[in-house]
Design a protein around this ligand. Structure first.
Ligand code: SF4
Ligand code: MG
Length: 326
C-alpha cells in the first residue's frame, strides 16, 4: 500500500545565539530523518525534550521548512508553506498541540471555531454546516449546550476536545498530535487518549503521536520511532521496541518508566547531560551517555539499518542485517 506520509532525509537547522559574544551557532534540530505512515496507522514518536520531536512534527506538515530532504503526502511533494497549494492540502492534514487554550481564539464561541475550517475550505453546503458542527461536538463528547461557550468557560480537557473537533472538521487523512495530553490533568489524560484512539480507528486516520510518555504511546501507537538529538535511533512495532529494545538509549528510556513491582535499583538511569542540540557529540550522538560505548562510537556515527523484521536501529553493537535475515 502506498504511504500516506513519507519523509526522506529531513534536516532542519536553526541559528541560535549562544555564548559570550552571541555568535550564531547552527543547531541541527532534525538530522536526516526518514519515516513513513500508512493510511490508518498510528506512528508514535518518543524521546526526551530537545530530541527534535516537535520540529519534526511541524516539518511533516510542511509548516517548518526543511534544509534538506523531502516530504510526500498522499503521493505528492509537500507544497511550500503558505502557498494556495499548501492551504488546500491543509484540510487533509491537521495538528493537535499540547496547549488547547493557545490554539483557540478566546473571543469566539467554540461552535464558531469548530465551524471555521468548514468555511475556510468551503466544505459541504453552507446550510448543513451547523449540523456538522453539532455532529462533531457529539463525536468528541461535548454537550450541545456548550456550543455557545467561550474557551475560558471550559475545562482543559473540554478545550482539547474542541481542538480535536476542529481538527476533524475538514475530514483530514492525517493528524499530527504533539503532546496532546501532557498539559491536562492526569485524571483526564486517558479519556482524551481514548477519544483520539477511537476517532482514529473510526475514521481510518493516519496519526503521528508525539509524546515523551512511553505508556501513552504504547497504548495508542502501532509503531514507534525513538528520537535522540534529531535522529531516529530505533523504530519498529511498539510492543517489540518497548518489550525488547535494541538500542541502548531505548533500553534506558524504557527502564526509566516506573513499574509497580520493579525495584528502583533494577532501573538503568540515564547518566550524563540531557541532550543539547547546540553541542552535538561526534560519532554516535548518544556515546557520552551510553554504558556500552566503545572507541569507534566516538569516531563514527552508526547508520539506522534493519535490525530485525520490521525493525530498524542505529548502533554499532547490533548484529549485521544479513545475520538477522538468515
Ligand atoms: Fe552506544 Fe556505541 Fe551503540 Fe552508540 S553506537 S548506542 S555509543 S554502543
Ligand atoms: Mg516538544
Amino acid at each position: 500500500m502506498t504511504a500516506l506520509l513519507e519523509a526522506e532525509g529531513l534536516v532542519r537547522v536553526y541559528q541560535t545565539r549562544t555564548g559570550l559574544f552571541g555568535r550564531a551557532i547552527p543547531v541541527r534540530a532534525v538530522n536526516g530523518v526518514s519515516l513513513s505512515v500508512r493510511p490508518g496507522e498510528t506512528l508514535g514518536i518518543v524521546g526526551e525534550s530537545g530530541s527534535g520531536k516537535s520540529t519534526l512534527g511541524r516539518m511533516l506538515l510542511g509548516v517548518d521548512p526543511a534544509e534538506a530532504g523531502t516530504v510526500r503526502f498522499e503521493g505528492e511533494a509537500m507544497p511550500v508553506f503558505g502557498t494556495p497549494a499548501w492551504r488546500r492540502l491543509r484540510a487533509r492534514m491537521q495538528m493537535v498541540h499540547q496547549d488547547p487554550l493557545g490554539a483557540l481564539d478566546r473571543r469566539l464561541t467554540i461552535a464558531r471555531q469548530i465551524r471555521e475550517p468548514l468555511d475556510i475550505h468551503d466544505i459541504g453546503p453552507r446550510a448543513g454546516r451547523d449540523g456538522r458542527v453539532a455532529t462533531l461536538m457529539e463525536q468528541v463528547g461535548l454537550r450541545p449546550d456548550q456550543a455557545g461557550r467561550y474557551p475560558h468557560e471550559l475545562s482543559g480537557g473540554q478545550r482539547q476536545r474542541v481542538v480535536i473537533a476542529r481538527a476533524l472538521a475538514s475530514e483530514p487523512a492525517l493528524l499530527v498530535c504533539d503532546e496532546p495530553v501532557s498539559a491536562l490533568d492526569v485524571s483526564i489524560q486517558a479519556q482524551v487518549v481514548n477519544l483520539l484512539a477511537d476517532l482514529q480507528a473510526e475514521k481510518g486516520l493516519g496519526m503521528v503521536f508525539i509524546s515523551h510518555d512511553l505508556k501513552v504511546v504504547r497504548n495508542i501507537a502501532e509503531r514507534v520511532a525513538v528520537m535522540y538529538l534529531g535522529e531516529i535511533v530505533e523504530e519498529g512495532p511498539v510492543d517489540a521496541v518497548f518489550g525488547a529494545p535494541q538500542h541502548p538509549y531505548t533500553r534506558a528510556l524504557v527502564s526509566s518508566v516506573p513499574e509497580p513491582g520493579r525495584r528502583l535499583d533494577g532501573r538503568q538511569i540515564l547518566k550524563g547531560e540531557p541532550p543539547n542540540p547546540a553541542a552535538r557529540p561526534a560519532g554516535c550522538a548518544f556515546h557520552p551517555r551510553c554504558p556500552h560505548a566503545e572507541p569507534r562510537c566516538a569516531a563514527t556515527a552508526p547508520a539506522l539499518r534493519p535490525s530485525a523484521p520490521s525493525r530498524r536501529a542505529a548502533c554499532h553493537l547490533l548484529p549485521a542485517a544479513q545475520k538477522i535475515a538468515a
